[in-house]
Structure formats: C-alpha cells, structure tokens
Design a protein around this ligand. Structure first.
Ligand code: ZN
Length: 349
C-alpha cells in the first residue's frame, strides 16, 4: 500500500521535476506561468497534466497543435515513481522516507539538467548538501553526514587538481583571488597534520588575499607534490592523515565554491585544461552528506564504471559526469554499506 502510494507520489513529483529540469537552467520561475506546450504555448488542462497516462492517451503529441512531445517527460515521471516506490519498499514508513524522496528527486533533477546543459545548479547541489546535513542531524548521524560531505568533496577536488596538474604538464595553474584551487591544496597539505589546522591555513590564506588584495599562493606543483610526503610523515598515521587532508580540502572547496556562487560575474575562463568540473565536487559533497564517506566510495566506483561502459556505448564526445555520480549516489544510499561489507569480505578483511 505504502509502496503503491509512493509510486503515485513519485509520478506527480516527476511531473514537477520535468518543469524544474526545463526551467531552472534558464533562470525561469518554476511555478509561473503554469505548464504549457513548448510549441504552441497552449495552456495544459487538468487531463493533460496526468503523469505518463496523458502522454499515452495523446500518443505523444500535443492535443492542440499536434507537435511531438519528447518521450523523456513520461520517462522522468516513471523513473521518479519507481525510485520513490523503491525507497518506500527499502525504508518503510518513518522519518527517513520523506528525506529519501527529496534526495532522489534532487538527483533526478541534477542528472537531467547536467545532461542538457553540462551544469549542476548551485541551488540544487548546495540545497541538497544542507538538506542532507539537516536530515543527518535529525536522524542522529549528523557527524557522519558532515564528515562524509567534507571527505567526499575533498576527494573529488583533489582528484581534479592532480588530474589538471598532469594535463598542464606539472606547471602551476592560474591563481584565483581570494580563494581557489591553491588554497584548497594548501588546506590539504596542512590538513595531513589535523583537519582543523588545514582548514585554518586555507582560511588564513583566503583572508590575507582578501585583506591585502594581493594573492599569496603556494604553487600547486609544490603543495600537491609535498602532500604524499606529508601523509607519510604525519604523526597521525597515513590513513588518519589522508582523512584530515581530504576533510580540510573539502571544507575549503565547499566554502570557496559558496563564495564564487555569489560572485558569478568574476568566473574564470574555462579554456584552462581541467580534469573535472567543480559542479561535480559540490555534488560529491551533497552525496557524501547523504551516504557517508565509505558508501560514497562505493558509489564513486559505480559512477566511474557506469561512465566508462555507457561512454563507450553512446560514444558522445563530451560526457557530463553528474548523471553517473547521481546513479552511484542513489545506489550507495541504499546499498553502500552492503557493498563495502561485501568488498571487505572479498579481500579477506
Ligand atoms: Zn502544442
């Protein structure tokens, strides 16, 4: 009964997500004007707004002008319905279920917006991150959620920084004032000796740049080059040092990203070779908050694997990574712990 209700709710939410996916990247209001045919502009009546069914009844065409309606609309509705039903089946009634539905709805919207525009809107990634932290605290696992968000975004931003360093043939990258990849790398380096020290070092560097209006930047080849050494030499031991470095890098990346989200006019040129979009870093932070760090790792593995398989299948030149991260995140949310356990058994832990 609950599963069936969840499916119907998912269809309706999916119908709303179609509007979000279409309008949010264009900066249009998602509540006004009411739904209309994109071809002829005719306003849709109640019978044309019934998810999936109206598409089938109208045989995929607009009732007014006969224009073809993309099959993606009913597919997004069906996908959301199935995801909502699965969440109800796995979790049962309780406090966690509505949060799980919100998380899945955000993932569907983010995945399709990324497919359309190669962008992951900050309102959805940071909104999802905050909601994930809030849900975590409410469900009594707030520390895990915060730690997961920091480590996951830290891991992705550092993978991106090392990848970009290789693409630039180990030359330093252009600094961005007052905060950018240089401060993230500095936070990681110092964070190997304690996450708090790393965050402090990054913030001090940021503050100094803002205060003196002259950037101080430890060159990336130096900070990223010394990081492995710092991990080995840290008195905390390599694993704890790595967690500290990732958490500090994640904190700086998410805070810096928030700063730049409100300063869009000063965006850097995108002709620099980058290994990973920064939207993926924010999405990783959101996923880590919902799944915890080690399940997120399982999700990341699934994302890379799915990306490789589907990338070969479709042979698209430019592939967004967001949809794969979203798939990995959804799997990790429900099955991350079980996957980690299975993996540990496999290697005989
Ligand atoms: Zn029409």
């Amino acid at each position: 009964m609950l599963v069936f209700f969840a499916f119907l709710l998912g269809l309706v939410v999916g119908s709303f997500l179609n509007v979000v996916i279409h309008r949010l990247p264009r900066g249009e209001s998602i509540v006004y004007p009411p739904s209309h045919c994109p071809s002829c502009g005719a306003r849709l009546g109640p019978s044309e707004l019934v998810p999936v069914v109206s598409y089938l009844v109208q045989r995929g065409r607009c009732r007014h002008c006969g224009a073809r309606i993309s099959p993606r609309y009913p597919l997004v509705e069906l996908l959301t319905g199935l995801l909502f039903a699965y969440a109800a089946y796995r979790l049962g009634p309780g406090l966690e279920l509505p949060f799980a539905w919100a998380f899945l709805a955000l993932l569907v919207a983010l995945a399709f917006i990324d497919i359309d525009t190669y962008l992951l809107p900050d309102s959805l990634t940071y909104g999802g991150l905050l909601l994930g932290l809030f849900a975590g605290f409410l469900l009594g696992r707030g520390g895990e959620a915060l730690w997961g968000a920091l480590l996951a975004s830290g891991l992705l931003v550092l993978i991106g920084e090392y990848g970009s360093l290789v693409l630039r043939r180990f030359r330093d990258g252009p600094p961005s004032n007052p905060v950018g990849f240089h401060q993230v790398a500095l936070a990681a380096l110092v964070g190997a000796f304690g996450a708090g020290y790393g965050v402090l070092a990054g913030l001090l560097n940021w503050a100094a740049n803002a205060l003196f209006r002259r950037g101080f930047h430890l060159p990336l080849p130096l900070s990223l080059g010394l990081l492995p050494l710092a991990l080995l030499l840290s008195p905390k031991g390599p694993l704890a040092a790595l967690e500290g470095a990732l958490a500090a890098a994640g904190a700086l990346a998410l805070l810096g990203g928030l700063y730049w989200a409100f300063r869009p006019e000063e965006e850097e040129g995108d002709d620099e070779p980058v290994a990973l979009g920064f939207g993926d870093v924010k999405l990783a932070g959101m996923l880590g908050a919902w799944t915890g760090f080690y399940p997120f790792l399982a999700g990341l593995f699934i994302a890379v694997f799915a990306g490789a398989v589907l990338g070969l299948l479709f042979r698209r030149r430019k592939l967004p990574f967001g949809p794969y991260l979203a798939i990995g995140g959804a799997v990790a949310y429900f099955h991350g712990e079980a996957l980690i356990q299975a993996y540990l058994r496999l290697i005989g832990w």
